[in-house]
Write a protein that binds this ligand. Structure first.
Ligand code: ATP
Length: 361
């Protein structure tokens, strides 16, 4: 018997308190159906942890997460944390850096029954997650954006060979194991000759190691046009941080919006399921948030762990979750308001868990 998977539950803020329990419910149903053993570990984080324990990332949290295989993290509403309180930090960058969660994997998949720009999109954007333009990610100390004079701002971008190679390898592995064996690297090496040039060199070098993957490159501006005109031509896309951030939201928009946009941040040893959407304070506490993105982020975590740990039951559990969510949406069994239905968060979560429980093995 393989050891049980140890998975953390970090609810986060606002609608995180509503959608994370639905995600865990679906993961539990899939584990029960496949005989996959999971040990669950609730870990306090965010505003509730600040109120109860005095810190949004209480002491001991990183050490606790170090003992786990992965975790589910709800959205963090740090914009509403009390200003000037050193204990009210945004925990997300700390987690991302500490666990070197270098690949942010963001699928976009359309459902024919739902209102969307396209009905037949199925692509995944793999975004470098620890470098690039965001000022909190590109310096050892200080901040990668500064203002030498009152009327001038300089923003710097970090690209390393190692970071580029790591994210490219994650994308090639994904293209090979769980996708249609096609990979597109997106950059702008004609202008950012050094930064994008280095990223592209590392992608090209790896392409030689993966001769079974159809590899191509597209400049980011051309890619933006191709994405909106014919997204069906893409399978796995790998790109640098900010390009990936923007393009993945555009891809989510093509298939129906943020409620349908799951994501996984993966590192060398561990992964973190975290939907693309924020904590949506405007709808929090009303039981109307769409739990799909969070549930499918949990599904991605099980798929990733299943392949990483060679645990076929985790892979099977993830397949059951995906098929069940597909069925609930295609048959409009329980759709939340953002998808044109009347179901509550709990009703949609329960419909997906029930579809998992009754799925053929
Ligand atoms: P952040 O900066 O934390 O990413 P944001 O302010 O950009 O957050 P969200 O919190 O994601 O954005 O909310 C954007 C809009 O999408 C809001 O109107 C919100 O209600 C809606 N929204 C986000 N997630 C969901 C969801 N799961 N179900 C339904 N609506 C959602």
């Amino acid at each position: 018997m393989p050891a049980p998977l140890a998975i953390g539950i970090l609810e986060g803020d606002d609608i995180g308190l509503e959608v994370v329990p639905q995600c865990v419910k679906a993961m539990r149903a899939a584990a029960a159906r496949t005989g996959l053993a999971i040990e669950w570990h609730p870990v306090p984080i965010g505003k509730k942890a600040l109120d109860d324990l005095g810190h949004t990332l209480p002491p001991g949290t990183l050490e606790k997460l170090d003992t786990l295989d992965g975790w589910v993290l709800g959205p963090i509403g740090h914009q509403a944390y009390p200003k000037g309180n050193p204990a009210a930090i945004n925990p997300h960058p700390v987690l991302r850096k500490h666990f070197d969660l270098f690949a942010n994997i963001r699928p976009a998949k359309s459902y024919p029954g739902l209102p969307a720009v396209y009905k037949d999109v199925d692509l995944v954007i793999v975004r470098e997650n620890n470098e690039g333009f965001p000022p909190d990610r590109n310096t050892y100390m200080g901040n990668g954006e500064f203002r030498p004079t009152p009327d001038m701002t300089i923003s710097i971008r970090l690209v390393t060979r190692e970071g580029s190679r790591k994210v490219a390898r994650a994308a090639f592995d994904l293209a090979r194991t769980r996708r249609r064996r096609k990979l597109t690297a997106v950059h702008k090496d004609t202008v950012f000759k050094l930064g994008c040039g280095m990223f592209a060199e590392e992608c090209r070098a790896l392409a030689r190691e993966y001769p079974d993957i159809a590899y191509g490159e597209v400049l980011v501006d051309t890619f933006a046009m191709k994405l909106v005109m014919k997204p069906q031509q893409f399978d796995v896309i790998v790109t640098t941080n900010t390009f990936g951030d923007i393009l993945s939201d555009a891809a989510a928009g093509l298939v129906g919006g943020l409620g349908l946009a799951p994501a996984l941040s993966a590192g060398p040893q561990r992964a973190m399921a975290q939907a693309t959407h924020g904590s949506a304070p405007d709808i929090a506490g009303r039981n109307i948030a769409n739990p799909y993105a969070m549930i499918m982020s949990g599904q991605m975590l099980l798929a990733w762990l299943g392949h990483k740990r060679s645990e076929p039951r985790a892979v099977r559990a993830s397949e059951l979750m995906e098929a069940a969510a597909d069925r609930v949406i295609r048959e409009a069994r329980a759709l939340t308001a953002d998808l044109g239905g009347k179901a509550t968060t709990v009703e949609m979560g329960e419909a997906i868990a029930a579809a998992i429980a009754h799925a053929p093995l």
